[in-house]
Ligand binder design. Structure first.
Ligand code: FAD
Length: 321
């Protein structure tokens, strides 16, 4: 018996969530006495693959073929299923990322496994069964999902479980899954990056602004604040709808869901649809000139003030720090 973990990379570099899911699996393995096997798909160097040993993987299955360089949902799901079966995995763990959200249900269906997606804590183990706490209704509630099937699939929310490294080592095996043409009925022909800025879903700090900024010409100070903090920039939906910022920065129910360590919301009212995508952030700081703005109800820290006065002062103070 083993726990199989699918680890994601971008351009051959593991994402932070890769170390989080291996650490998550390791913590389950310590309670259930199983081993953790990581599965990497794509062109990741051996020196990187071996780092997974520090996070608790005893073995890394490495799939590296030209055909699989770009993400293909069906093919990647087929490989995860193949690897789960060949390593007799009783639990499959992956990140509840963009690609994980597409993979997890497909993998679960093929393995006839129960699925807990959006896990935010380690499961409690009750004999053969697991109970997993997940976020529900866009983060407004929690659900406890009981997994009673022989094989179980858990998709862990990024940034909800800390990656913990130690001294371990992992053996690396080249893995050659059996795939057929039907696994490639949809393929990604090319990926053109819109930006080389910090990836929003992966960012530890997000500086986000809304309609209170009045217009796109005022985003200079938002970008400067983000630069000083090493943060990604984000925005509310009306801002991207108006073309002030690209749609790739829109967070919320209909945009990207983020869960950074620090989310700074500037001139955003805090509508329920916006909160749906940001309420999993560890610390929320709200800057708004209206003391009645709903965002203050979920804020850890709040500044009631005019963004055009507060932000330049904040930038100066942070630069002097
Ligand atoms: P506003 O509501 O106009 O708020 C502007 C805020 O700026 C106010 O609180 C104001 O006090 C403050 N302000 C003004 N001037 C200043 C200043 N100088 N300094 C400081 N503060 C100032 N929205 C999303 O963001 N994401 C979503 O995914 C999303 N999905 C939606 C889905 C549906 C089906 C629907 C119906 C709506 C959705 N919305 C979404 C829209 C959402 O309901 C709100 O309309 C939107 O979030 C409001 O954006 P805002 O806070 O930027 O603007």
């Amino acid at each position: 018996m083993s726990i199989l973990v699918y680890v994601e990379n971008t351009d051959g570099k593991f994402k932070k969530s890769a170390f989080e899911v291996v650490s998550y699996a390791k913590a389950i393995a310590e309670q259930s006495g199983t081993e953790v096997i990581a599965l990497s798909i794509g062109n990741v160097e051996e020196s990187q693959l071996s780092v997974l040993g520090k996070y608790g993987a005893s073995k890394v299955l490495n799939v590296n073929t030209e055909q699989l360089k770009s993400f293909v949902n069906q093919a990647y799901a087929a490989i995860i299923v193949d690897a789960a079966k060949s390593s007799s995995a009783s639990i499959v763990v992956l990140s509840n990322s963009f690609s994980g959200k597409g993979l997890a249900p497909r993998v679960a269906a093929k393995l006839e496994a129960g699925l807990a997606d959006g896990a935010i804590e380690l499961p409690s183990i009750n004999g053969e069964n697991l109970q997993v706490k997940t976020g529900a209704f866009s983060g407004k509630a929690f659900a406890y999902v009981a997994l009673t099937s022989a094989v179980k699939v858990i998709a862990v929310n990024p940034n909800s479980f800390e990656a913990k490294d130690s001294e371990g080592t992992a053996t690396i095996e080249t893995y050659s899954p059996s795939l057929d043409a039907s696994d490639f009925s949809t393929i990604v022909k090319d990926i053109i990056r819109a930006t080389d800025k910090i990836s929003l879903p992966e960012a530890e700090i997000v500086v986000s602004a809304g309609r209170g900024l009045k217009g796109p010409e005022n985003w200079g100070m938002i970008e400067e604040l983000a630069n000083v903090l090493g943060a990604a920039t984000a925005c509310s939906k009306p801002v991207s709808d108006a073309g002030w910022r690209p749609h790739s920065e829109h967070v919320g129910q209909t945009g990207i869901a983020v869960s950074p360590n620090l989310y700074i919301a500037i001139g955003i009212s805090g509508a329920i649809q916006h909160l749906a995508g940001v309420s999993a952030s560890k610390t929320i700081v709200v800057i708004n000139k209206d003391p009645e703005a709903p965002f203050f109800k979920v804020a850890d820290y709040g500044i009631v003030g005019d963004a055009f006065e507060v932000i330049p002062k904040l930038i100066t103070a942070l630069k002097a720090y």
